[in-house]
Design a protein around this ligand. Structure first.
Ligand code: SF4
Ligand code: SF4
Length: 313
């Protein structure tokens, strides 16, 4: 076991109440093999520190030029009296001098290195405010993207008797997947579409590995609790055919709980701050009618279906 091994984390939220039982600390880990078009955390995708730029916070037009004076790489452009980042240059920046002089929080570095021992210190501190069922949740990004760091942290969590949860895409090799689950008590596993081609179109990867890992887990002697999770994306996975395919898959594997998440645009500004184009800017939230329709299909088939934050812990 290595307490000195380092991982990259982009956020740590204490007092989380929707990421597993009780009051918890959620650790958001960098790196993800998927590229979901609606992703609410696109800042998690790369496994390295990187810059984010908020045009809204920038005071360039009010005369601030602090960042211009320190960037030596040509990372900043002036366009229509607004500051823009030259993303081709900024993507490979490793020093981020600009962020250290931006007092308006327009330029921020995303991602920070932590050792396993650093995280355990934070979790021990937070554990005093967890409820009896509470603990730690590993989220992201995709926690499996840093699997060595994850396994080492989980082993230390178990030494400290922490309840452990994970929010994962399950897109990882079978061996690593099952090894990690030895140390997991509760899991949300995403299932975005049953059709492999459609899954690839919107997430960038086929779903074979994901389905295979869910089946392996469901048929193993793991004694934790598994809730599948599906973000509801209009005209993609909200069709009768897809929901029925999920139901058959769940029944075959004796899975009895799913959490459906209404589409929202809360991640949109982050896409802008990363210089990326967001395809769903004209898409509204999922209607209650559609959510209840989907929920009813699951309920009629004896599968508990929780909408949004309503998962019963
Ligand atoms: S230092 Fe920050 S606020 Fe000032 S011009 Fe640069 S990005 Fe904008
Ligand atoms: S991220 Fe690096 S290259 Fe980009 S503006 Fe900041 S200092 Fe310059």
């Amino acid at each position: 076991m290595d307490n000195e091994i380092k991982g990259i984390i982009f956020d740590i939220q204490s007092f989380s109440v929707h990421d597993g039982p009780g009051c918890r600390t959620t650790i958001f880990m960098n790196g993800c093999p998927l590229r979901c078009e609606w992703c609410a955390n696109p800042e998690s995708w790369v496994l390295k520190k990187h810059i984010m730029f908020s045009q809204t916070n920038c005071r360039f037009e009010k005369g601030c030029k602090l960042c211009e004076d320190v960037c030596e790489y040509g990372g900043l452009n002036l366009k229509n009296n607004e500051l823009e980042l030259n993303w081709d240059i900024c993507k490979s920046c490793e020093t981020f001098e600009c962020s250290s002089v931006c007092y308006y929080n327009a330029l921020k570095v995303c991602g920070k290195e932590y050792k396993v021992s650093d995280l355990i210190k934070i979790l021990n501190r937070d554990s005093h405010s967890w409820s009896r069922e509470g603990g730690v949740t590993f989220s992201g990004g995709e926690p499996f993207f840093q699997s060595e760091f994850l396994i080492n942290t989980l082993k230390e969590c178990k030494k400290n008797y922490f309840h452990t949860a994970i929010e994962t895409t399950a897109y990882v090799n079978n061996v690593t997947f099952l090894e990690v689950f030895k140390y997991i008590d509760f899991a949300f596993i995403d299932l975005k579409h049953m059709d492999r081609e459609k899954h690839k179109q919107k997430t960038g990867v086929y779903n074979d590995l994901i389905l295979n890992n869910i089946e392996l887990l469901a048929n193993s002697n793991w004694n934790g609790r598994l809730v599948l999770r599906m973000p509801v994306i209009r005209d993609f996975n909200d069709t009768y055919e897809n929901i029925m395919n999920i139901i058959w898959f769940m029944k075959e594997n004796n899975l009895v709980e799913i959490n459906i998440l209404p589409f929202h645009r809360l991640g949109e500004s982050k896409w802008r701050q990363l210089g990326k184009e967001y395809k769903y800017k004209n898409e509204g939230p999922t209607s209650s009618k559609k959510l209840y329709e989907i929920q009813n299909l699951f309920l009629e088939n004896n599968i508990a279906c929780y909408i949004g934050h309503d998962t019963l812990f």
